[in-house]
Design a protein around this ligand. Structure first.
Ligand code: FES
Length: 101
């Protein structure tokens, strides 16, 4: 049973257009992992799956786009209510031209 205090500590956001739930104070990476998302993008050169590796802001493997801002470290950024998070699949400029995000 949810109390009003529990409801206040929850936020919703979008990942690649899909609604996700999170707890206030979680990092984007943590919230995505809690929602079953492991793949955060593709490497530029070899197009291999990338995701959380160090979880401490050192490896740059967890880049995502947040509210139009590219190259956000998801393991170091707290999730915010209504945030639009997109995976980093390829060059952000090309993706923006194709998808408009
Ligand atoms: S997982 Fe290494 S910088 Fe985010």
């Amino acid at each position: 049973m949810e109390t009003s205090k529990n409801c206040e500590s929850r936020v919703t956001f979008y990942f690649d257009g899909n609604l996700m739930k999170a707890r206030r104070g979680q990092t984007i990476a943590g919230a995505l992992m809690a929602n079953g998302i492991r793949k955060l993008g593709l490497s530029r050169k070899l197009q291999q799956a990338r995701g959380v590796f160090c979880a401490s802001g050192r490896c740059y493997s967890c880049f995502v786009s947040v509210n139009g801002l590219d190259h956000v470290l998801s393991c170091m950024t707290l999730v915010e209510e209504g945030a639009n998070v997109y995976s980093n699949n390829g060059d952000p400029d090309l993706r923006r031209l194709v998808n408009g995000n």
